[in-house]
Design a protein around this ligand. Structure first.
Ligand code: 5SP
Length: 228
């Protein structure tokens, strides 16, 4: 049974980068467990965000773990640089490389937590031969590329499927859910088996972001206690 305390990871994609130091300090003070940093290349996804330089500069602002989600083609070309820039968890997309097994092993070799993400159209079963190599499975609950999209309910079934396999073969591995997470679904995501909840717009676009984060924290803890 999974008894870990779920983590909440505000997604900086939705933050105001003109005031990024304040935005990070705000979510850190409100209890964020880690920060989610989305790198997009305009090829794997239609949007473009930031690279290693930004990660390296942000690293100086906080000791919170950095969860770097690479929505890029050929992620193997860049993971070492993201690690050197300060990434703690590096998550690449199953759909973005022909060699996910090799890349997962490499991530552990360079001292990163090895994360792998699956798009809404990718079945959980595609991870079957990788399970023991993974530290974190990221189940996308929107199609990657943009913040503020609607949550795809089917993702919860996928979280349950992944949790069932992990319980048998790799119980230390975490499950992260990313996209459209907010008060309407965060408890259900925890009950399905999620350990890490990424929240972009539901935190940074809220009228009172610290209050929104604290409410999520409270609901997440209640949901985990009830599912024990
Ligand atoms: O990876 C992505 C989007 O592709 C996410 O990390 C978003 O940043 C989540 O934002 P919200 O859906 O929570 O607003």
């Amino acid at each position: 049974m999974n008894v870990r305390r779920p983590k909440i990871a505000p997604s900086l994609l939705s933050a105001d980068f003109a005031a990024i130091a304040d935005q990070i300090a705000m979510v850190e003070a409100a209890g964020a467990d880690e920060l989610h940093l989305d790198t997009m290349d305009g090829r794997f996804v239609p949007n473009i965000t930031w690279g290693m330089k930004i990660v390296k500069d942000l690293r100086r602002l906080t000791a919170l773990p950095f969860d770097c989600h690479l929505m890029i083609v050929e992620p193997e070309r860049y993971v070492d640089a993201f690690r050197e820039a300060g990434a703690d968890v590096i998550t690449f997309h199953y759909e973005a490389t022909p060699h996910p097994h090799r890349l997962l092993r490499h991530l552990r070799e360079i001292g990163a937590k090895a994360g792998i993400a699956i798009n809404p159209g990718t079945p959980a079963a595609m991870l079957e031969d990788l399970i023991e190599e993974i530290d974190r499975v990221l189940v996308m609950s929107v199609n990657p590329g943009f913040g503020g999209q609607s949550f795809i309910e089917r993702a919860l079934v996928k979280v349950e499927e992944v949790r069932a396999v992990l319980e048998r073969r790799n119980p230390a591995c975490e499950i992260e859910v990313d996209g459209g997470i907010g008060l309407a679904n965060i408890e259900r995501a925890v009950r399905a088996g999620a350990d890490v909840l990424v929240a972009g717009n539901s935190v940074f676009a809220a009228g009172d972001p610290p209050a929104a984060l604290r409410e999520m924290r409270s609901r997440v803890d209640t949901a985990r206690a009830a599912s024990r």
